[in-house]
Design a protein around this ligand. Structure first.
Ligand SMILES: [Zn+2]
Length: 391
């Protein structure tokens, strides 16, 4: 095992030295990575074995005791949007103090931003199932996550209507047993090109779905966000705020300025999408008590120390791949009805060290779902509940 680690580290260091030249090649031809790795045979065998071993295992139920509290089952229903980001790193987010204001719309939306948030993994395949699993980073087990219920099963069991809208190539098991809409399959003109769609597609006819809901509802929007290498394909021309941009997937041929400009344009688009989510919730505030959570799955390297993209082993991955944006928006109605103090939330957020581990209990808490799997100390609202007046 030690020999394996040493040789893997060696391969990493060697490949890293030439990474700028090969990064785009790796991204577009993933099998090249396994050719280069001395552990590729072992890794492939382990992966196959793990898949075979867990593929037909029976589903383990989780949070079977889940119930919504009476306070959440009377009066107006609750409507929450959970926006799952893709490859959006915290370093380039204006809300977090980036010198460029890449989030001008959200800056005016009274959101609660958590500037010190870490991801569970450095890839979608780890972070997305992890954040919905309830295991947390330290205890995450992908084989178990594969065949155990997660956050959406629990919320659904408690009586919440759940819908997952997909624009990022799959939910990695997180939405396996809830209603799902694959937005790219609709191939909508003006929004989709060659099987990829701008995240705007996630709002297509969403109002129609909301109109049909009479109970508490959770809608998850899985965005393609800032995914490379074609960062320039993530936003329409109207979002080309920063120029010159990188107009190729061979990012090593672009200057740092071009690359960062293009990436930052994707953040401007994310800003507009999350803001649109808040506007949608406000437009439905007569019928629903509303809230929104945004959390990116992992970050991205943009050539710092010669490293590009994401997916390096967590222990050695640079902070840019692990430091992610997290924000919460609570309508006035939500704050008053559940006695959550906005100023308390904002003040705490600045100081807290948060992570994707906070998502599971926070979403349970937003819907008042009571279960033994709920850990109130990790629910981001816990310490600001019941402080509507005295804070
Ligand atoms: Zn991802």
């Amino acid at each position: 095992m030690i020999a394996l680690l040493v040789s893997s580290a060696g391969t990493y260091l060697i490949s890293n030295s030439f990474f700028k030249d090969y990064a785009s090649l790796f991204r577009n031809n993933r099998e090249f990575i396994t050719y280069l790795s001395p552990s590729n045979g072992i890794a492939a065998a382990l992966s196959w074995y793990k898949h075979e071993r867990t593929a037909n295992l029976p589903l383990i139920r989780f949070g079977e005791d889940a119930r919504q509290s009476a306070a959440h089952l009377t009066g107006k229903p609750t409507l929450t949007l959970l926006v799952v980001g893709e490859t959006t790193r915290a370093q380039d987010v204006g809300l977090g103090g980036y010198t460029r204001q890449t989030t001008p719309l959200l800056a005016k939306d009274n959101v609660i931003y958590y500037p010190n948030t870490l991801s569970c993994g450095t890839s979608t395949a780890v972070s997305v199932p992890c954040m919905f699993s309830g295991m947390g980073h330290d205890h995450y087990n992908d084989a178990l996550a594969n065949h155990r219920e997660g956050l959406l099963d629990i919320v659904q069991r408690a009586g919440v209507n759940v819908l997952w809208r997909e624009n990022d190539g799959g939910c990695k098991g997180a939405c396996a047993r809830v209603p799902t809409e694959e937005m790219t399959a609709q191939n909508l003109p003006g929004m989709c090109i060659d099987g990829e769609c701008y995240d705007q597609v996630l709002f297509h006819h969403l109002q129609g779905y909301i109109d049909k809901q009479t109970g508490n509802t959770l809608i998850v929007l899985h965005t393609i966000g800032s995914h490379g290498p074609t960062y320039n394909h993530r936003y329409p021309d109207a979002f080309k705020y920063y120029t010159p941009t990188c107009e190729t997937n061979e990012v090593q041929h672009c200057s740092t300025e071009q690359l960062v400009n293009t990436y930052d344009n994707t953040i401007r688009y994310m800003d507009a999408m999350v803001d649109q989510g808040i506007q949608l919730l406000q437009a439905n505030s007569q019928r629903f008590t509303t809230s929104l959570v945004y959390l990116s799955d992992h970050g991205e390297s943009l050539g710092e120390d010669g490293v590009y993209f994401h997916g390096l082993p967590y222990m050695i991955a640079p902070i840019q791949q692990k430091h992610v944006p997290l924000l919460i928006w609570l309508s006035q109605d939500y704050q008053q009805r559940y006695a959550v103090n906005q100023k308390c939330m904002v003040d705490q957020a600045k100081l807290m060290h948060t992570s994707q581990d906070n998502l599971f209990p926070t979403v349970l808490g937003l819907f008042g779902v009571q279960t033994r799997e709920y850990q109130p100390q990790l629910d981001l609202l816990t310490h600001c509940r019941g402080k509507a007046r005295e804070y």
